[in-house]
Structure formats: structure tokens, C-alpha cells
Design a protein around this ligand. Structure first.
Ligand SMILES: Nc1nc2c(c(=O)[nH]1)N[C@H]1C(S)=C(S)[C@@H](COP(=O)(O)O)O[C@H]1N2
Ligand SMILES: [Mo]
Length: 498
């Protein structure tokens, strides 16, 4: 096969798929970014310390009006974000669906590259390629075409760039992406430290995305410079001898199909969000559940890692009943534990604490992207589970909260906050019913008198202001049936390990 005249079929196919997947990843990633359009280098995300803020909204650490992280969300246009206009849950589903196919495509590509000997055209074998590449760039800057390396399809600048994208940038994006997953961070805290923490991983991931965009811009303009019919023939038909019309038509068709997939994904997500959540969930929820099951939390941060500032999400309950409880120091608070258990219970806070008390310093990851490290003190959930003895068929534990979102949020949503947690995840190490934060009783805004800690999950599973706990064998009839308030109302996944 003459590599100069044609690309092998595996390159043609994986290249086309790659255009689709990378553009889907960029748009859905931008959607995720829009929910917390601030970037930090250090964990804790103190307001005002971001190195980049893509939002006019700016809340200070000492703001008089209480604000929550949901207020920081932006809504960006569907042209840049998938699906756009502030649909974090959907953006995540697209991102985590696409990434699986992208990684798969990448694995097939890499395997073929090495199996076919194609790697000779991709992997530099001599340092001389660096000055050569610099010279090529100079040539292009003089509006002349750089010659390909002898007997190879690419010029030196091209070869070096493709090598960097395939073997450095793509792995960096995968690694920094994993460096943001609560399950990965919980199971392998050292891995997180490799990047300098979750926020640094997030910043690297963002900069990697910028690098991909820059590559795309240059790559596309170089295609235009070299001549579209010829380049389209090579990369979409695998042949430099294809007629210019056939090449241009085929290449354009592939691109049109890719644009149509984007439009379909955007429109479908917006008009059928529940269907999208469920369909994409077939892959994504399962992946997140398996990850959550495999990655037990083993966090042991030091006292000096504790974040000076810890963001809040969710406004406290506003009803008289809660305010009276709080005013009396929660002396009259009772936790009701029932459902499919042998020994239903009602516990005062001291009775609950008597089931066993531990402390842990762990990292809290909100779905929006911020994090914070704190010490949590309370009762291992396993102790409560063992105390009430669940029936054989129990699948989930449901935690009901005291905040009615219709009253506290003002976004037209309604209903009391709740989350259902699969039994296996509720039993996992470091699953805690927290009564204390950083050595003091839980502050009101962080969930007083009792909140959940599930240290390998995202923040929204960790119900604050818990009122009751129910053991169930089915979640379909609870709320809107998706496994939690945020799953019901914002289409999030229900065992978020990423
Ligand atoms: N009852 C209740 N619990 C809740 C929420 C809420 O709105 N209501 N928000 C969740 C979300 S999205 C996050 S990130 C965490 C935030 O915890 P923090 O405010 O203590 O930082 O609480 C979770 N628990
Ligand atoms: Mo959150």
C-alpha cells in the first residue's frame, strides 16, 4: 500500500468517528462547564480565587445574602453547549456516553496503528523532526506548502502534531477526566494528588479541551490550504486518486451527517429529557453504578487539608417546624427509620450517636464541579442498617429531607428533597450519617441536625436536613421514580460515581 496515495480503511473509519465523538465531547463538556464556569488550581474553590471566570456573576465568600452553588450556573447557547441553556444532567449523560465510544475508537485505532506498521508515520524516530517541524511551520507561515517526509504521508510538523494529539493530549484528557471522578478520587486519593487535586485536574481538562479546539482550528484550515477535494479524497475515501467531485461530495456528506447527529442529540434532549435520561442511562447509569461499587472510599485527608471555605448547595428548610427545632438546639428532633425492616425505630440524636461514632476527613464533590474537604463526624450507616435489620428484598434506602424546594429554591420546581441510595452503596466504607462538621455540630446550612455522607458519590446524593429513612424494594413509586429529587427534576443519574 502506498501511504502517500491512500489512507488505510481503519484510519478513514476511526477518523470520521473521531470527528463526531470529539465534537460531542467538546459541546457536552462545555455544558458541564457552564454549571460552574470558574476554574481553580487548588481544592476548596474559595470564591474570588478562580484563575478563570466565564461568568459575570460573582459571589463573595462574605456575601450577606445567602447564595448557593446552583445560583452560579450559567445557561449557554446550544451552538457551543450540548444540549445548551443550562442542562447539566443531560450534558453529563452525553459526555459520559460519548467518552466510552471515543475511548473504544481510540483503542481500535491504536491497536491497528501498531498491528499494521502505520505507527512509522505517526511516531517520530528521530529528534531531528523537531527542527524540521519548526522549519515546516515557517514554510506554512510564508504561505507555502511544506513537503512531506520522504516516503511518508505527513510533513514533519504534521507528524509531530498528530503524535502529540494521539499519544499525549488524548491520554491527558482521559487521565484528567478520571481525576475529577468522586469514585476514583475516593478509592485512589493519591491519583488525585498526581494532578494537584480535583480542581487542578479540572483546569488541566479544560486546557486540554482548549488544545483540542486549537488543533481542530489549525487542522481544518490546513485541509483548506492543501485543497479540499484532494484531502477529502484521502481521508474520507482513503484514496488520493478519487475524483474531486466524488471526494468533495463524500466528505461533505460525512460532515453533514455529523452535524445532523449533533442537531438530533440537542433537539431530542430538549424535547424529551426524560427519554434521553433513560436511554443514555442504559449505558451511563450502569457504568456509574459499577464504578461506584468497585471504588470504595479510602480517604484519609489530613487536618491541614480541610478547606477554609466550603460552598453550600440547597437552601435550608424555611418552615416554622424546622425553625422551632433549630431554635431548641434540635432537642425535640426524632429520626424515623422504617419501611421493610424487622425493627423500625425512632431515635433522638443522642440515641443515634450511641450506635457508634466516627470521624473522617473527606472530599465533597458537587456535580457542578466544585469541591471542598471537611471533617465529618457521625454514625456509620452500616451501624443503623444492622440495628434495624432490613428485609431480604430491600434494594434502596430512601433519605427524606425537610426542605420543600417550592419554598426554598424559587425556580418553579416543587417537592421535598429526597434521595434513594442502593443498599450496597449505603453499606460501603465511609458511608456516614453526619452530626458534626469540622468538630462542631452541623451548621444549619450544611444540613443540621443530620446529613448523609457517601464519600464516593457526588454531592447531591448526600441529603441534608434528614427527617426520615425508609428501606424499600422499589423506587418507582417514590417521587417521580428516578431515584432522587435531582434525578427527578434535573435528570441526573442515580449512582453518580463520576
Ligand atoms: N435536603 C437537601 N440536601 C442536599 C441538597 C438540597 O438541596 N437539599 N443539595 C445537595 C447538593 S447538590 C450538594 S452539592 C450538597 C451540598 O452540601 P453542602 O451545602 O453541605 O456543601 O448537599 C446535597 N444535599
Ligand atoms: Mo451539588
Amino acid at each position: 500500500m502506498d501511504p502517500v496515495a491512500q489512507f488505510p480503511a481503519f484510519v478513514v473509519v476511526t477518523h470520521a468517528l473521531n470527528i463526531l465523538f470529539v465534537t460531542l465531547l467538546i459541546r457536552s463538556g462545555i455544558e458541564v462547564l457552564s454549571s460552574f464556569p470558574k476554574l481553580y488550581w487548588s481544592d476548596g474553590c474559595p470564591p474570588g480565587r478562580e484563575w478563570l471566570r466565564l461568568s459575570r456573576k460573582n459571589y463573595g465568600a462574605d456575601s450577606r445574602r445567602t447564595w448557593v452553588s446552583l445560583d452560579e450556573e450559567e445557561a449557554w447557547h446550544p451552538i457551543v453547549a450540548l444540549p445548551g441553556r443550562g442542562h447539566l444532567g443531560m450534558g453529563r449523560h452525553w459526555h459520559f456516553l460519548t467518552v466510552q465510544f471515543w475511548v473504544l475508537t481510540g483503542l481500535v485505532y491504536i491497536t491497528m496503528v501498531f498491528a499494521t506498521g502505520y505507527w512509522h508515520y505517526l511516531v517520530p524516530d528521530h529528534w531531528a523532526i523537531v527542527p524540521q517541524a519548526v522549519r515546516d511551520v515557517g514554510t506554512y507561515l510564508q504561505f507555502r506548502l511544506a513537503p512531506p517526509l520522504p516516503g511518508q504521508p505527513f510533513d514533519a510538523a504534521q507528524k509531530l502534531t498528530y503524535f502529540a494529539v494521539v499519544f499525549l493530549l488524548a491520554p491527558l484528557q482521559i487521565a484528567s477526566g478520571a481525576g475529577m471522578s468522586p469514585a476514583v478520587l475516593a478509592r485512589f486519593p493519591r491519583y488525585g494528588r498526581l494532578f494537584g487535586g480535583k480542581q487542578a485536574a479540572r483546569s488541566v481538562h479544560f486546557l486540554g479541551m482548549c488544545a483540542f479546539c486549537a488543533f481542530l482550528a489549525v487542522h481544518v484550515s490546513m485541509v483548506a490550504v492543501h485543497g479540499i477535494p484532494g484531502e477529502f479524497g484521502k481521508i474520507f475515501l482513503g484514496s488520493a486518486d478519487a475524483g474531486p467531485v466524488a471526494a468533495t461530495v463524500t466528505g461533505s456528506l460525512v460532515l453533514v451527517v455529523i452535524v445532523l447527529v449533533h442537531i438530533a442529540a440537542t433537539v431530542f434532549s430538549r424535547i424529551r429529557p426524560r427519554r434521553t435520561q433513560q436511554l443514555l442511562g442504559i449505558v451511563v447509569h450502569r457504568f456509574e453504578y459499577v464504578l461506584s461499587r468497585l471504588a470504595d472510599s479510602r480517604q484519609r485527608y489530613r487536618r491541614r487539608d480541610i478547606s477554609e471555605y466550603h460552598r453550600i448547595n440547597g437552601h435550608p428548610p424555611v418552615d416554622v417546624g424546622y425553625r422551632e427545632l433549630a431554635a431548641a438546639g434540635f432537642r425535640d428532633y426524632r429520626l424515623a427509620v422504617g419501611g421493610l425492616v424487622a425493627d423500625p425505630l425512632t431515635l433522638t440524636l443522642p440515641e443515634l450517636a450511641a450506635l457508634g461514632f466516627t470521624r473522617q476527613i473527606t472530599n465533597h464533590n458537587c456535580i457542578q464541579g466544585w469541591n471542598g474537604i471537611a471533617e465529618w463526624g457521625g454514625v456509620p450507616l452500616a451501624a443503623l442498617i444492622d440495628r434495624v435489620r432490613p428485609a431480604a428484598g430491600v434494594t434502596h434506602i430512601v433519605f427524606y429531607a425537610m426542605d420543600d424546594k417550592a419554598l426554598t429554591e424559587g425556580r418553579g420546581r416543587y417537592g421535598y428533597f429526597y434521595e434513594a441510595v442502593p443498599l450496597a452503596i449505603a453499606r460501603a466504607p465511609q458511608a456516614l450519617l453526619a452530626l458534626e462538621m469540622n468538630g462542631a455540630p452541623l451548621p444549619i446550612e450544611h444540613g443540621a441536625p443530620l446529613r448523609l455522607r457517601l464519600e464516593n458519590q457526588l454531592g447531591y446524593k448526600m441529603v441534608k436536613w434528614i427527617e426520615a429513612v425508609e428501606f424499600v424494594d422499589d423506587i418507582a413509586a417514590i417521587g417521580l421514580g428516578q431515584g432522587g429529587y435531582r434525578e427527578d427534576q434535573l435528570f441526573y443519574g442515580n449512582t453518580p460515581g463520576i
